[in-house]
Design a protein around this ligand. Structure first.
Ligand code: EPU
Length: 372
């Protein structure tokens, strides 16, 4: 086991924020995690699990031991007449997995193309795009409990998936004082406790395209293709994302910075009366989802900058690092590397956006990335 000290994290977070890990260990198997947990110097220290670093804002050096998940492997586990079951290591690139499944002839993940990050991080925030969420294709996962070293598996119900949410985002709730029991599985909360090593996906047969999302409808109209293949949907989603969202390899960012808020029909009617153009979607449960990007845009934030943190010009929901890009080369005469935005600047910008959206619409936007 190699224990690295003072490791720059700039290459390992898609915002390209400059910060260091005091201690970093790369784990490529369950055994490697067990080695860390058995090590007298590391065992008692708090741990921080790092996937692709695509949904975090680093606000300083990371003191907990950083466990960088590098568990690899992609395989067809089982094929029945109803589904392909595919398994992938938590350290695999999410987009590589989507691409590989299509090449192998196992369609179903195409709407989720080009989402940055790793396979192991995908269930944590239940990634979603263009009408599909991870939970729609999820079978089960394996993880190691970082407190006990126990290996365990969870199915979809146990992951308690919600919109950009899961059991992995919630801290353990204290035991219920009245009954002495924990309040359901979600109450157990696994934030900071589980290292996801492998994820299994259930890709249903026969494959059916998921369309009906405005941007995909536009592609169908433009191309005249009314029955696209999975590969065509993959290509369209890649093109839509490339046109709208900044490539983290070029401009540091963590995708959507805020969740799209949900309001009651009454609240929505009240807002529409004041803001007739507000973009909103009716959900099956009767509530209404508002486009956070529209709310931020309406407050005039698009293209604005605080320090070196900015609001992306083409999509107001995405905050960007206007300084250093990925693997920035030394550019000063002294050979210094550009520092770019700090996590503090990103959070100052985020708070200013929250305040102005709240003052105008009475809605408090909830950040999507994990602030470290
Ligand atoms: N809009 C504006 N101005 C903006 C941005 C958006 O008016 O600056 C309007 C758009 O015109 C559109 C609506 O807001 O009518 C929604 O925009 P879009 O279709 O781009 O989707 P989104 O709600 O901004 C969500 C996800 C994305 C995902 C897309 C496609 C969240 C927080 N974000 O974005 O996920 O790719 O839908 O499904 O749910 C991510 O989570 O990191 C992410 C990129």
């Amino acid at each position: 086991m190699l224990v690295e000290k003072n490791v720059p994290l700039q290459p390992y977070n898609t915002f390209h924020i400059v910060a260091k890990a005091h201690t970093l260990v790369r784990v490529d198997s369950d055994a490697a995690v067990h080695q860390v947990l058995a090590d007298p110097a590391l065992a008692a220290q708090p741990k921080f699990v790092l996937g692709g670093g695509s949904n975090i804002v680093l606000t300083g050096d990371v003191k907990p031991v950083v466990l960088k998940v590098e568990v690899k492997g992609m395989r067809l586990l089982q094929e029945t007449d109803r589904a392909w079951i595919v398994e992938a290591g938590g350290g695999e690139s999410w987009h590589q997995l989507v691409h590989w499944t299509l090449l192998q002839g196992y369609p179903g993940l195409e709407n989720l193309a080009l989402i940055p990050g790793t396979v192991g991080a995908a269930p944590v925030q239940n990634i979603g795009a263009y009408g599909v969420e991870l939970q729609d294709r999820f079978d089960s996962l394996d993880a190691v409990d970082l407190q006990t070293g126990q290996v365990f598996s969870l199915d979809a119900a146990q992951c308690a998936f919600g919109y950009r949410d899961s059991v992995f985002k919630h801290a353990a709730a204290p035991a219920d004082a009245t009954s002495g029991r924990q309040a359901g599985f979600r109450g157990l909360g696994l934030a900071g406790r589980a290292l996801i090593t492998r994820v299994r996906f259930r890709l249903p047969k026969p494959w059916k395209p998921v369309l009906g999302y405005a941007d995909l409808d536009k592609k169908m109209a433009e191309t005249g293709i009314s029955q696209p293949t999975a590969q065509q949907i993959f290509d369209w989603v890649c093109a839509i994302r490339r046109a709208k969202l900044p490539d983290p390899a070029v401009i540091g960012n963590a995708g959507s910075f805020f969740k799209n808020p949900t309001v009651t029909p009454e609240q929505c009617a009240d807002i529409i009366a004041r803001e007739p153009k507000i973009v909103h979607y009716h959900l099956d449960d009767g509530s209404v989802k508002l486009a956070a990007g529209w709310l931020i845009d309406a407050c005039g934030w698009k293209g604005k900058t605080i320090g070196q943190a900015g609001v992306y010009e083409k999509q107001a929901l995405v905050l960007v690092n206007r300084g250093a890009g990925a693997g920035s080369a030394p550019d000063g005469e002294d050979g210094s590397v550009p520092q770019g935005a700090t996590g503090g600047e990103v959070m100052t910008l985020a708070k200013a956006i929250q305040t102005s959206v709240y003052e105008r619409f009475g809605i408090l936007l909830e950040p999507e990335p994990v602030v470290v």
